[in-house]
Design a protein around this ligand. Structure first.
Ligand SMILES: [Zn+2]
Length: 144
């Protein structure tokens, strides 16, 4: 699918809107960078926000929190899409400031390899990527 503009698709816009709403609930007192994620699975949408910790290294990104929630709510198989939105990005933020980090890309490669990844850009648009776009040649172990 690549990274084409997809902001006008109502289903994608709805998922991005859910991610934005989730970001409002972030615990981000250290970075001031609130991020929300919304995972679309077979049973519905699972949202979460980033949760920071005073020890910094224990902070959890919104993407991994939302993937964990999807699994905990029984929607681990068949994750179709994830939207990510940062409500604190400056309007002129480059794309890299709102993209998933490397750890989240690895989680996506294992838990949602076929998902479309919709990124709310700082200018109000949406860019869509495949997981393979974000982490080509990902580390994976054969199962079974
Ligand atoms: Zn991350």
């Amino acid at each position: 699918m690549g990274d084409s503009e997809r902001g006008t698709d109502p289903a994608i816009a709805g998922l991005v809107s859910s991610a934005r709403a989730a970001a409002e609930l972030a615990h981000a007192p250290y970075s001031g960078f609130r991020v929300g994620a919304a995972v679309l699975g077979a049973t519905g949408v699972h949202t979460a926000a980033n949760v920071e910790n005073a020890s910094y290294g224990l902070s959890l990104c919104a993407e991994r929190a939302a993937l964990s929630r999807a699994l905990a709510e029984g929607d681990g198989e068949g994750i179709r899409a994830i939207a990510v939105a940062c409500v604190d990005a400056a309007p002129d933020s480059p794309l890299g400031e709102v993209m998933p980090c490397g750890a989240c890309r690895q989680w996506l490669a294992e838990l949602a390899p076929k998902a479309d990844v919709h990124i709310a850009t700082a200018d109000g648009g949406v860019r869509t990527f495949t997981v393979d776009d974000l982490l080509p040649h990902a580390f994976v172990l054969r199962r079974g």
